[in-house]
Design a protein around this ligand. Structure first.
Ligand code: BDP
Length: 697
């Protein structure tokens, strides 16, 4: 088992009580629909039920005496089933579904229903999950409605098939052979995404050039869109702001110039000829060298609205990124996106979502939430999480991101008083937005197991589940994923969960404890680099962020420093600026403190930092012990890969600890506290060591 089947393993149900029950329930299936999506439903059921229950289910388009599973919309279900169920049809919208069991002819029947074919597909995957996780299906009554409407993967895939920050091989989009050849992997990609409710995919990198908008590519894009459509997945593309110049032959890309507007309108119309249900554009503008409206002294809203208007007749949307910052702006990088976007609240067209990274810097192991969440009530804000682990051990370290996502979503912005969580902003419920969404920067590549690290699959899974319902718990998601991917055995689940649920904290401990951030190796971001300094961009160096010197460590973002804190609601400000109430996990994000500052534990700050690094190392050791203890529940191939990677992770956790402590010790001039292992090598050794490989490729 190389992991290709992800969480859709459909392992044989061994339980002597559940197996006959499931066999009885799923043996005769009514699916009246005859279209591409109902074909997909039928195919998935055949595959899954044959593998799990060793039966070949009988399908029918007219209800029969022996039918025990009914899959249809309100219009399609037979009248006697409709009478027996109680469905909130209005609330389901187009994607929500219900599964209910009824008594019918002295036997149990299960009804899977919703208002669209795709809702039925989602319901079918949920039904299969009930079997995969070995639930009692004798009395099911569940309704599930997505809380966000745009749930998309962002592929940072380039036309040449390299993947920006990709650690699982090359891009799965084989542009060269498209549209001629549709790889079976595209279908499995769509299945996997549909099974967790993802309904869109941005095929191209935010830094991609404008070629993706030319007919040569659009033909290929159309084939992918055709492949994904039955699964309810729309395609989106990145739009390089200067495309009118680069592929349109104009001499400007000024969003207020009529020629430019005309060019985009025609380009959009052309795209819809290839892809009639094209989703829209994702745009990175005025950031890290990408062109944007600033080049013409226009605002981000003027840039976004120009594209939005071109898309409006087709009901397309614009996802306009808030990741705008510049090293030429003297202000703290953490403040720049807010400064740029906050004044534009209410100025965006209705079909624009502003896509905001979870934290104000850049996908660090831990960041406080981005201050824009809650600060732009008139604008739908879309969450951007990074599933690919750029700053989190990439394709090698086991870090379950469900915990990170949950931590951010659960945080209270206090924008409208207590309870104004980031999740509510993202769902649109806080400010009553019709449009809402979540984006995840994909970790998928051509590796047989898709994500490099097998547990990277769990991060893709967790993203989908949280995009559907941002209030879901990471622990529940971990449990579900473990059951579907490996085993339902209780001991396995207990240990597996313990590995997953401590893994994020472990990585924070051995990389960037207590609010430290951006101290990774230059450019590749793998491994420690607290010494990185004196580069062409100050805001990409480590010394900019940790500010370590003899007098202490940490970035002062209170009023005595950059005052980034002022961008949060007063309740958050007060909590974080006061050393008594600032959560220690954010301490050095907001405060610059002396090495001997006394922590709540009674330790000095220096000792506490050192002990956190040590703890992180210890946690990786524990993860290995836990994994070894569940060997018998995992097939050899997947067991060994995870074990090897855990051992590398443990080794590298020590590398992080030793390099960072030796570096910071130059300033603290304090000895390592008891319990912290003395580094094996000198600081010079660590400084000279740079990975020469591209991790994971
Ligand atoms: C940073 C990455 C860079 C991306 C950028 C972005 O280092 O490769 O292009 O984010 O989000 O994390 O645009």
């Amino acid at each position: 088992n190389d992991g290709y089947n992800l969480w859709l393993q459909y392992q044989k149900i061994e339980s002597p009580t559940l197996l006959p029950e499931y066999q009885k329930q799923a043996g005769h299936i009514f699916i009246p629909g005859k279209n591409a999506t109902s074909d997909v439903i039928e195919k998935e059921l055949r595959t899954a039920l044959e593998a799990m229950l060793e039966i070949a289910p009988q399908f029918t388009t007219t209800p029969k005496q022996e039918t025990t599973l009914f899959i249809g919309t309100r219009e399609q279900l037979p009248a006697f089933t409709l009478k027996a169920i109680n469905i909130p049809w209005e609330k389901l919208g187009t994607e929500g579904f219900s599964i209910q069991s009824i008594n019918q002819n002295s036997q149990k029947a299960l009804i899977i229903t919703g208002n669209s074919d795709v809702a039925l597909l989602y319901g079918t995957f949920e039904f299969l999950k009930l079997l995969q996780t070995q639930q009692d299906i004798s009395t099911v009554d569940l309704t599930s409605i997505p809380k966000t409407n745009i749930r998309v993967l962002n592929h940072w895939d380039n036309p040449d098939r390299t993947v920006e920050r990709g650690y699982a091989g090359a891009s799965i989009w084989d542009w060269h052979r498209l549209p001629g050849h549709v790889k079976p992997q595209y279908v499995d990609y769509a299945r996997a995404n549909a099974s967790i409710g993802i309904n869109g995919t941005v095929l191209t990198n935010v830094n991609a050039n404008a070629q993706v908008l030319t007919p040569y590519f659009l033909k290929k894009v159309a084939t992918l869109a055709d492949t994904f459509r039955p699964y309810g997945i729309k395609v989106y593309l990145t739009a390089r702001f200067s495309a009118p110049i680069e592929i349109g032959g104009l001499d400007t890309a000024d969003p207020l110039h009529p020629e430019v507007q005309k060019w985009w309108t025609e380009k959009v119309n052309e795209i819809y000829e290839y892809v009639p249900d094209f989703g829209g554009f994702l745009v990175k503008a005025d950031s890290e060298g990408q062109p944007g409206p600033q080049n013409y002294d226009r605002t981000q809203a003027e840039g976004a609205n120009m594209l939005a208007k071109a898309l409006q007749p087709h009901e397309g949307i614009v996802m306009w990124r808030a990741f705008v910052y510049s090293n030429e702006t003297p202000d703290d990088r953490a403040k720049q996106a807010y400064n740029e976007f906050k004044p534009l609240d209410g100025k965006f067209e209705d079909n624009v979502l502003v896509q905001v990274k979870n934290g104000p810097i850049d996908f660090q192991p831990r960041e406080p939430f981005h201050p824009l969440f809650g600060a732009m009530p008139e604008t739908p804000l879309m969450m951007e999480f990074q599933i690919t682990q750029e700053y989190l051990g990439q394709g090698t370290h086991l870090v379950f991101l469900g915990s990170l996502f949950e931590e951010v979503l659960d945080t209270d912005t206090y924008a409208k008083g207590p309870g104004s969580t980031v999740a509510k902003v993202v769902e649109g419920s806080l400010d009553q937005h019709a449009l809402s969404g979540m984006a995840g920067v994909s970790n998928i590549g051509t590796d047989r197991n898709w994500t490099g690290h097998l547990f990277g699959q769990a991060n893709w899974y967790a993203f989908g589940r949280l995009a559907w319902n941002p209030d879901e718990s990471a622990a529940d998601i971990a449990k579900e994923w473990l059951k579907m991917t490996f085993s339902n055995d209780e001991k396995f689940i207990r240990k597996g969960k313990s590995i997953m649920l401590q893994s994020h904290e472990a990585a924070v401990n051995y990389m960037t404890p207590l609010g430290l951030h951006h101290i990774m190796g230059w450019s590749h971001h793998y491994g420690p680099g607290p010494w990185v300094t004196d580069k062409h961009r100050d805001d990409w160096t480590s010394t900019y962020y940790h500010q370590a010197s003899e007098d202490g460590i940490g970035f002062d973002r209170t009023a005595s420093g950059s005052n980034a804190l002022s961008q949060y609601a007063p309740e958050v400000q007060q909590q974080y600026e006061n050393l008594e109430t600032c959560p220690e996990k954010y301490l050095l994000w907001f405060h610059h403190l002396p090495w001997n500052y006394e922590m709540k534990s009674g330790h000095s700050l220096w000792d506490e930092i050192a002990l956190h690094y040590q703890k992180g190392v210890h946690q990786t050791e524990q993860m290995i012990t836990d994994w070894k203890s569940i060997k018998t529940h995992v097939d050899d191939q997947r067991y060994q890969q995870v074990l090897d990677f855990l051992q590398i992770q443990h080794h590298e956790a020590k590398w992080w600890r030793d390099a960072c402590l030796l570096y910071f010790q130059q300033f603290s001039q304090m000895p390592l506290p008891e319990g912290v292992t003395q580094p094996e090598f000198s600081l010079d050794h660590y400084r000279q060591y740079t990975p020469l490989f591209v991790p994971g490729i």
